[in-house]
Ligand binder design. Sequence first.
Ligand SMILES: [Zn+2]
Length: 187
Amino acid sequence: MGSWQRRSIDQDAMERLILRSYPDPVLREVAREITAFDRVLREFSEGMIEVLRRVGGIGLAAPQVGFRRRLIIARQMKDADDTGAEPLVLANPVVTSASTEVWSYEEGCLSIPGVSASVVRPVAIKIGYSDLEGKKHRIDADGMFARVLQHEVDHINGRLFIDYLSSAQKSLIKPKLKKLTGEHRLL
Ligand SMILES: [Zn+2]
């Protein structure tokens, strides 16, 4: 049966976005610098925002949908309940400084379903990035927003939140991790 509705190219492209899951090796790669700030990049970031909206996430990095580039999105959350905050798109993000003050919070990851654990991270950071036009920015972030940014920047460096855990925490989540097969989730 054919569809009654004409489908746009964008819709088709978005439906090809597949969420990669642990232990998919793409999650361990260091993503490449973005050099072309073009229409393709803009459409791709729109697709990522759509994925985030659909799964109810607070942040997403391009490698999580199989795109090996330094692109992340993060909701600009004021606190942990602010899950509907507008997402900010950051190309080539670099954390330039971090507070010595740290805090612990239970993190999860769309690519590691069913697993969560407390992760200690700096409370506040300074981050530099380019917008989708290639214009450079530098912002201060703290609290949940800073945490999401750090989690997503880790993704483009092939690092996952489970890497920060103590050996006691690791042994707790090990059975759950072992069950993950790296199966792709079509969104
Ligand atoms: Zn994640």
